[in-house]
Write a new protein. Structure first.
Length: 135
């Protein structure tokens, strides 16, 4: 009667909890997918599916090409655990001889800029070249 149905119910809950725990690490990269980058005069905001990162106290913005990154020996440190085409859509850490350690926040490798903050942190983001030419 009630004891058998309670055991089934608790087993289903336990399976659900196990499934949830196993699926969360796979969901994190999707949560971190970048929707857009908002550029204002005093800050840059990287908007993700859930949450955002705001870059303030910007001391330098330098135009970068994919070729320049490759020439500078960029090493790839993937935080999200993915090793496919989605990796450039999420925040990941890199290191290069030219730029040192930086975080990647871009959706493609067109029109890239290295943003350096006053605290020394660096971020590679998508940034329209014509905006850099106006500075």
């Amino acid at each position: 009667g009630h004891t058998a149905s309670l055991k089934v119910y608790l087993s289903l809950i336990a399976l659900g909890v196990i499934f949830l725990l196993l699926s969360v690490p796979w969901a994190i990269p999707f949560i971190r997918i970048i929707r857009c980058i908002e550029i204002e005069s005093n800050k840059i905001t990287i908007v993700r599916l859930i949450g955002k990162t705001t870059l303030k106290n910007i001391v330098n913005i330098e135009y970068v090409t994919k070729e320049l990154l490759e020439e500078s020996g960029t090493e790839y440190y993937e935080k999200s655990g993915w090793h496919d085409g989605l990796t450039m859509w999420v925040e990941t850490d890199h290191r290069s001889k030219r730029y040192g350690k930086f975080s990647l926040y871009c959706v493609n490798f067109d029109e890239l800029a290295m943003v350096t903050l006053a605290n020394g942190k660096k971020y590679l983001i998508n940034y329209p070249k014509e905006l850099l030419e106006k500075k």
